[in-house]
Write a protein that binds this ligand. Structure first.
Ligand code: 13P
Length: 214
């Protein structure tokens, strides 16, 4: 199970979380990545932790003020990127363009989706993985895998029907090793989580618990 910690725009110290994630990943052998704000990609990557962007635009180099270029985050140490997160929704054509931009920059891709139907559509665009995150459960205390196990199973089936090579992640409310292991039992290849780590008093302790469910 891959554990991807999305720091969103939370007021946490990205280096404290990155250092903790690097240490827990090294000690446990689990795959853990941290996804900071674009401005923090380079210094988070410098800690040695696997680093993901939260978004890349569909644009290539050119006159695109305000774009987060896939090439730029890759040059600054990112190995992958989220696309179409629930808090940064894109048009279908732009999701496709962002996946293509990420591919050009050799970034791994996870396209986020609200529900199994969107998971199927996202899988058709050929990302490395898709993630199902019900918006109403994001930021809550109950893991998607406990609150709505059917949505995870249906997302796995939807992606499999379109392209069996596309992995399925789930996210929303994940904060414990038990949540990770329940998600794995439902067929998920990994979890996305944010508040459970980014708002924790002791992020390293939460990460140590999370890897117990890998
Ligand atoms: O949106 C999420 C991860 O991308 C999930 O957020 P929470 O872990 O805070 O529910």
């Amino acid at each position: 199970m891959f554990i991807l910690v999305n720091l969103k725009a939370y007021p946490c110290d990205p280096i404290e979380v990155a250092t903790a994630a690097r240490d827990v990943a090294e000690a446990s052998g689990a795959r853990i990545a941290v996804s900071p704000q674009a401005a923090d990609v380079a210094r988070v990557a410098d800690t040695g932790v696997e680093t993901w962007a939260q978004h890349v635009s569909p644009n290539a180099h050119g006159s695109h003020t305000g774009s987060t270029l896939a090439e730029a985050v890759a040059d600054n140490g990112a190995e992958g990127t989220l696309i179409n997160h629930s808090e940064n929704r894109l048009k279908l054509a732009d999701i496709d363009g962002s996946v293509r931009a990420a591919e050009r920059a050799d970034l791994e891709t996870i396209v986020c989706a609200n529900n199994p139907a969107q998971v199927g559509a996202a899988a058709a665009l050929g990302p490395d993985a898709v993630a199902v995150e019900p918006p109403e459960l994001i930021g809550g205390d109950v893991s998607v895998a406990t609150a709505d196990p059917g949505i995870v199973e249906d997302a796995v089936a939807a992606a499999e029907a379109v392209d069996p090579a596309v992995d399925v992640f789930c996210g929303a409310g994940v904060s414990t090793g038990e949540d990770v292991s329940t998600a794995g039992d439902l067929g998920a290849a990994g979890v996305l989580l944010a508040s459970g780590v980014a708002k924790a008093d002791d992020p390293e302790a939460v990460l140590e618990d999370l890897v117990s469910g890998v």
